[in-house]
Design a protein around this ligand. Structure first.
Ligand SMILES: *Cc1c(COP(=O)(O)O)cnc(C)c1O
Length: 397
């Protein structure tokens, strides 16, 4: 997955352009910048690649989630449905706006269970936020039907699945809003960065203003711009955007390497009795950023994960025990451990998730192991790795 594995001359040349003009900010300084607008250019390329009208670049994936929700008017007391298996950024972005994260089970896709989503809808629900974890997607068709029926927004967190598709559409473009992260370990990286994509003109306008203190970006005198509403600073720098601009143009190359490496390992593992693969919903094509599989029970999964580590097969994850990606270790969320005082809505409405039954999530995540697919591996290296994995797993299963 990490695009940094293949940094080269193109990234260097883009960064050099920015240094040559000396303008590290995306807005203003028109006379000095030698025509270089890296952030703007990256937005254009990204929108085109993702087949949407608009992209808004921001400082991180977490910022992208926050800006996307704010752009759609999500705020105090609004409920956003999110999965138990994701990254902490999901609830952080929701809580940053005073909205309420509502945790919901995942299924054998390792993403939101549509049945569990439907059960969790209340009068306060405004958004359903599937997170396309580890390179594969939620059943977006079912989720869209639910959203249409209840008049909710569908908002895709595609931070870990850039380049995957559903019914022929790039992940992130299927719902009302989509988000990407370009942090250092993602398939496309800026070092730090993120983006919101949408076909909705108003959401784009809001995201543009909100991510830059509410600036309306009219005219060419930054100091004279007006502020139709309050915002924050979630801007990306030109240096970061420059790296991303080189990387996004290599997305197809990255995806084909990911797919080749994934397929070699998958075909080898398919021979192991008792091992099954994560479900990809009908109409979905993975980004191949990870290969995720299930073992017959959680004890076996734990044992196999340990054996892979001992044998030196790195980058395989047992998310069930992970501090950052699974609800079981989010005691800071359940205990509302916030530095500043939380709003009364959050205080009243946020549930204590340490007491909620997520046995369906535990059933799937407890049996799962996900292995990162790296871009830097040579083909013979991947084959050797696949053979080793088969030997280790067959012995410990
Ligand atoms: C990486 C990631 C984020 C946050 O992105 P940052 O750029 O690190 O803030 C959000 N959601 C998911 C699923 C991620 O993997």
């Amino acid at each position: 997955m990490p695009g940094f594995e293949l940094f080269g001359d193109r990234e260097r040349a883009q960064v050099q352009d920015v240094m040559d003009s000396g303008v590290l900010m995306r807005y203003g300084f028109d006379g000095m910048r030698n025509g270089h607008y890296k952030a703007l250019e990256l937005e254009k390329v990204l929108a085109e690649k993702m087949q949407v009208k608009h992209a808004q670049l921001v400082s991180s994936g977490t910022a992208a989630l926050t800006v996307a929700l704010a752009s759609a008017g999500i705020g105090a007391g609004d409920e956003v449905i999110m999965p138990t298996f994701t990254f902490v950024a999901s609830f952080e972005s929701i809580l940053a706006l005073g909205a309420i994260p509502v945790l919901v089970d995942v299924d054998d896709t390792l993403t939101l269970s549509p049945e569990a989503v439907e059960k969790a809808i209340t009068q306060r629900t405004k958004v359903v936020m599937p997170v396309h974890m580890c390179g594969s997607m939620a059943d977006l068709k079912k989720l869209k039907t639910i959203c249409d029926k209840h008049d909710l927004l569908l908002f895709e967190d595609a931070c870990q699945a850039i380049g995957g598709t559903f019914e022929g559409k790039p992940l992130g473009s299927y719902g009302d809003l989509g988000c990407f992260s370009f942090d250092y370990v993602k398939t496309v990286t800026c070092g730090e960065g993120g983006a919101v994509i949408t076909n909705n003109d108003q959401f784009k306008l809001n995201a543009d203003h909100y991510s830059d203190h509410g600036h309306d970006h009219v005219g060419n005198d930054r100091g004279a711009e007006t502020h139709p509403f309050m915002g924050y600073n979630f801007r990306i720098s030109e240096l970061h955007a420059a790296v991303g601009l080189a990387q996004i143009q290599r997305l197809d190359e990255f995806l084909s390497i990911q797919k080749r490496n994934y397929m070699i390992i998958r075909e080898a593992l398919a021979s192991i009795e008792g091992l099954t693969f994560r479900k990809v919903p009908d109409g979905g094509v993975e980004s191949y950023a990870f290969l995720s599989f299930f073992l017959p029970d959680s004890e076996t999964a734990k044992r196999v994960h340990g054996a892979l580590g001992t044998a030196g097969v790195d980058a395989c994850f047992y998310w069930f025990d992970n501090n950052w990606h699974y609800y079981r270790k989010w005691e800071h969320l359940s205990a509302k451990k916030s530095l500043p005082k939380v709003s009364w809505e959050v205080n009243e409405l946020l549930r204590d998730y340490s007491t909620v039954d997520f046995s369906q999530s535990d059933h799937w995540v407890g049996r799962n192991i996900s292995c990162l697919i790296k871009l830097g591996w040579a083909e013979d290296e991947v084959r050797a790795r696949a053979d080793k994995m088969v030997a280790v797993i067959s012995k410990s299963i």
